[in-house]
Design a protein around this ligand. Structure first.
Ligand code: PAF
Length: 271
């Protein structure tokens, strides 16, 4: 496995591979993206870069979990061809002065609460796509809004990359795997399962015939209302991230809440 730490080290031999862009602290959710990529493409490149542009002031950039040695071992074990681990100074050299600013589905929810976040995500991805020229790029569905923003970005800028969304991987209790779960103790993780329980409660109501988005939302909020959780949102949206009055199969439920000082999000597509 090659380890590339600067853009200059990327040769055209890597172009056309599958890219799994990450911020490291890899978990089984990332492993599932890598396995999926390996099943669809003979060569897989993983980028590990904690992108400063997507963190707002007061967010967790400085303490975001970093575990490069473990990450490299996992990539090696899975059969990844190359891992790209640039430093912020290499990735954004002096004089770097361009930002990609997505609108549309990037505006509500996370876009509203984390100004500049999706601009940071879009900018890092356009730059990664330019450097590595992947044929395919893999993203998890936990960050459903991010996935849709990336699809919109690729469509709007005609980027020659196929975006692949992959199912959420959960722990035995249903908590969606996330690098930020590392901030939580085992007991706190148990309480954090409330996000998935809220989504499941709404799915059960939908399966029992409820179609009113307001009722599904109320059901989610009912479950999420525990002393440990400060609910940020619980919404019923379409693929453009617009709230809908009525749910159908394929409508998306998104929740965000802060528990024990850690902001967590989750997503479920109604079946
Ligand atoms: O989902 C992430 O880990 C990041 O937002 C991404 C897509 C790697 C961009 O930095």
């Amino acid at each position: 496995m090659q380890r590339l730490s600067s853009a200059g080290a990327i040769g055209p031999g890597l172009f056309g591979a599958a890219l799994v862009p990450t911020m490291g602290a890899l978990h089984q959710g990332h492993a599932s993206l890598i396995r999926r990529a390996l099943g669809e493409c003979p060569r897989v490149v993983v980028s590990i870069f904690v992108n400063p542009l997507q963190f707002g002031p007061g967010e967790d950039l400085s303490r975001y979990p970093r575990a490069v040695e473990e990450d490299l071992a996992l990539c090696q074990a899975l059969g990844v061809e190359a891992v790209f681990t640039p430093s912020p100074e290499e990735f954004y050299p002096p004089g770097f002065a361009t930002r990609v600013v997505p609108e549309g589905c990037a505006l509500p929810l996370e876009g509203e609460r984390r100004p500049g976040h999706f601009s940071g995500v879009a900018t890092v991805l356009v730059r990664l796509f330019g450097m590595l020229q992947p044929a395919r790029a893999y993203f998890g569905e936990k960050d459903f809004q991010q996935l849709q923003v990336v699809r919109q970005l690729v469509r709007d800028l005609n980027l020659p990359v196929t975006v692949v969304g992959c199912p959420i991987v959960r722990d035995q209790g249903g908590l969606a795997l996330s690098s930020r779960n590392r901030y939580l103790s085992p007991e706190q993780r148990e309480r954090a399962r409330v996000l998935y329980q809220a989504l499941q409660a709404a799915q059960q109501a939908f399966s029992a015939g409820e179609r009113l988005a307001s009722a599904l939302r109320a059901r989610m909020l009912e479950v999420l209302t525990i002393p440990e959780a400060q609910v940020d949102y619980a919404v019923v949206v379409d693929t453009e991230l617009r709230e809908v009055p009525q749910a159908t199969r394929g409508t998306h439920l998104l929740v965000a809440a802060t528990l024990f000082g850690i902001r967590l999000i989750d997503h479920l597509e109604l079946l």
